[in-house]
Ligand binder design. Structure first.
Ligand code: SF4
Ligand code: SF4
Length: 384
């Protein structure tokens, strides 16, 4: 039976955090993961250059607590992520993670030495180029945040591994899999390839949900949410499933997890997950606000067609008061639907695939969602 450990934790006080993380590790069988002299890759959520109080990226104290526990076993720790548009160092600095890496002598990775990993049984894509240093270790420690997401509904353990793909090449996957369902399949093709690459070695998922993000995540469009929770599991799929229940998100809409369950990449059925530590009822007052997007099976099927997306869905709208003209959105936009015009980014709506990468990287929350068109409100009523 898959195991997910939960601990309540409402503070980023390091010693408290270490105790809670240790409780989680003991509950899921730490001896299985933590071996003397092991080589470890630490993968935080470092999607962009955002300060920790926004709840977008893994908190530096959470990282430090994990590092101090790992250091009892090994000094061979590599650390990093593949932010979408920028070099890792300035991003780590802004997120408050760089000084932790320096203080503990972690090797910071660069990400651009790539290796091909293969999914032996893909639905759409069989091969992925990922950062070699993330693969060639004994243990991958995945440190996701607890977030809602405009495209994938939720972004926790499995989605955080999309960051194995180097920098801007992530945007290319949004073009190749340009609707939510296809993207969910592509994420799972990648996850299947990662599971294959890790055969005989271990992955550990430790989620920083002390301060999460609700609403239009995973970037500045979302709102920080004090959730006061930590999750741990060897199975990203069961962790995500349990996290959805803790946050009162709709299990029918967590399509990435549902696809993973169908494909037997992990356990997505709550009945078959052993929840240890705190029970779900300990979080009965916690509720995350969803991102606005149709994620019912009906809505997802419709959104395969570009003309229907344009007819039915919200589109990005630039708030010129907030925009600092940094160009991050233009740089990342996979189909090049955003271009500068009269000094501000301008959207060619018919080219937009509604991937919301632009909102993910915008440092000023200047990319808002337009109102849903009337026909979309009628067609998708009660079907979101
Ligand atoms: S404008 Fe934004 S949502 Fe539309 S395709 Fe570009 S990045 Fe994606
Ligand atoms: S909308 Fe955001 S990302 Fe785009 S140029 Fe303006 S501030 Fe930068």
């Amino acid at each position: 039976m898959a195991i997910v450990a939960i601990q309540k934790c409402s503070t980023y006080e390091k010693e408290v955090l270490k105790e809670k993380i240790r409780n989680c590790l003991d509950a899921i069988g730490s001896a299985e993961f933590l071996k003397p002299g092991m080589k470890v890759f630490l993968k935080p959520n470092c999607v962009g250059a955002f300060p920790p109080e926004l709840g977008i990226t893994t908190h530096p104290v959470f990282l430090e607590a994990v590092v101090e526990i790992l250091k009892e076993y090994t000094d061979d720790i590599i650390f990093g992520d593949n932010p979408a548009t920028r070099d890792i160092i300035p991003v780590l600095k802004k997120c408050g993670l760089y000084e932790i890496a320096l203080k503990h002598n972690l090797k910071i990775f660069r990400g651009n030495d790539l290796i091909t990993i293969k999914n032996p049984n893909p639905r759409i894509f069989s091969e992925f180029q990922v950062s070699r240093e993330m693969i060639e270790v004994d243990l991958l420690v995945n440190l996701p945040k607890l977030k809602t997401h405009s495209l994938t509904y939720m972004s926790v353990a499995e989605k955080n591994l999309f960051g194995m793909i180097y920098g801007l090449s992530k945007a290319g996957w949004h073009v190749r899999a340009n609707n939510p369902l296809q993207f969910g399949e592509a994420l799972n093709d990648l996850y299947g390839a990662i599971l294959k690459a890790y055969e005989g070695r271990r992955m550990l998922h430790l989620c920083d949900g002390i301060l999460g993000l609700e609403g239009e995540g995973p970037g500045t469009g979302g709102r920080p949410k004090a959730a006061g929770v930590i999750f741990a599991s060897a199975d990203a799929v069961s962790l995500d499933r349990v996290a959805a229940s803790v946050c009162k998100l709709d299990p029918e809409k967590i399509f990435v997890t549902k696809i993973a369950h169908e494909r037997e990449y992990g356990e997505g059925d709550l009945k078959n997950i052993d929840i240890v530590g705190e029970s779900l009822s300990a979080f009965e007052d916690l509720k995350f606000q969803e991102a606005v997007n149709p994620h019912s099976t009906f809505g997802l099927r419709l959104l395969k067609y570009n003309f229907l997306r344009n007819l039915l869905l919200e589109h990005p709208r630039i708030d010129r008061e907030r925009c600092i003209k940094c160009g991050e959105c233009v740089k990342i936009c996979p189909p090049k639907a955003l271009k500068f015009k009269k000094a501000f980014p301008h959207l060619r709506k018919s080219d937009c695939i509604r991937c919301w990468c632009c909102a993910e990287v915008c440092p000023k929350n200047a990319i808002l969602k337009s109102k849903r068109p009337l026909i979309g409100r009628i067609a998708l009523k009660n079907r979101d």
